[in-house]
Design a protein around this ligand. Structure first.
Ligand SMILES: Cc1cc2nc3c(=O)[nH]c(=O)nc-3n(C[C@H](O)[C@H](O)[C@H](O)COP(=O)(O)OP(=O)(O)OC[C@H]3O[C@@H](n4cnc5c(N)ncnc54)[C@H](O)[C@@H]3O)c2cc1C
Length: 267
């Protein structure tokens, strides 16, 4: 499954909203006339002024909500480390893990031996997940109905499911809850996240950098491209820190500043 990133919603007129907040700080305007004269040009000039002054708080008034699919749990864990944002993630309790797919890192995909081991282990884990889940489920049903050992787990699940759908579904959630401990970091997930523009600036500086892992970097790059479409002035100075100055990564520097600048059209 390929990574899919979609800007689902954002503050209407995000740049004008930020410009209004800036105008309130720097002019005698009140809230009744704050919008007056905020042409595209004037809006852009307020945003440029904020950048020049390093006055970032007005950019917190514009929010952007993204839907992200097809990323691994390893990637989503890196994403949710960004605390200045809100998240809603697909539950591994409510959604049965037997339908989860897995992400294969390109380096593994391109290495025959690594790929063979990877796929073998993932398929064993998927099988173990199903078996643990079914065993737990059967145990809950036997406890509920009184232990009937004459019937196999498979038959028990089938008959109980048809007789008592609601109870079966609640037992399923309970079984998912513990069976999920066997699911790997490679399991795909879906997440909705909302960042304000200031937090996005920080996110892009960290995650568009070559030091970030390939998967979250791809997510960040797609998010940045979509932000640039709706608020080009607000995000024009976003991307890895080395676009705008020396690399802050010290001895971890990738030493590819020229290549990175070329990629972002900043040669
Ligand atoms: C290349 C790379 C490698 C990484 N490696 C590791 C690793 O090995 N282990 C690991 O645990 N994490 C690692 N991280 C995650 C990293 O440490 C941050 O947790 C993550 O990038 C979120 O950044 P943030 O704190 O700036 O963002 P946010 O949580 O969104 O915070 C934004 C900003 O708000 C301020 N802020 C937020 N909360 C606080 C607070 N409690 N106190 C003071 N200021 C606050 C800070 O200025 C912060 O920069 C790595 C990140 C990258 C990009």
């Amino acid at each position: 499954m390929a990574i899919k990133v979609k800007l689902l919603a954002h503050t209407p007129n995000p740049e004008q909203t930020v410009a209004m907040a800036a105008k309130l700080c720097y002019s005698p305007s009140g809230i009744d006339d704050i919008r007056d004269g905020l042409t595209e040009e004037k809006t852009a000039s307020f945003i440029n002024m904020l950048t020049d002054l390093g006055h970032a708080s007005p950019t917190e008034h514009a929010s952007f909500t993204f839907g992200i699919e097809g990323i691994s749990r390893a990637c989503s864990h890196q994403l949710v480390r960004h605390r200045i944002a809100s998240y809603s993630q697909q539950s591994q309790r409510y959604v049965d893990g037997t339908s989860f797919e897995f992400v294969t890192p390109p380096e593994i995909k391109n290495n025959e031996k690594a790929l063979e081991i990877y796929e073998k282990i993932l398929s064993e884990q998927a099988k173990a997940y199903r078996e643990i889940r079914d065993a737990l489920l059967a145990g809950y049903i036997r406890d509920f109905c009184g232990n009937d050992n004459d019937i196999s787990d498979e038959e028990l699940l089938k008959s109980f499911k048809s007789e008592n759908k609601a109870k079966y579904s609640s037992f399923e959630k309970k079984a998912n809850e513990d069976a999920r401990f066997i699911l790997p970091n490679a399991s795909t997930t879906k997440i909705v996240c909302t960042f304000n523009a200031r937090s996005l600036h920080n996110f892009f500086a960290h995650r568009c950098c070559n030091r970030a892992q390939w998967e979250i970097r791809e997510v960040a790059e797609q998010m940045l491209l979509q932000c640039l479409e709706v608020a080009p002035n607000l995000f024009k100075n976003c991307g890895p820190s080395c676009l705008f100055g020396p690399c802050p990564e010290g001895k971890m520097c990738c030493s590819k500043q020229a290549e990175v600048r070329k990629k972002y059209g900043r040669e």
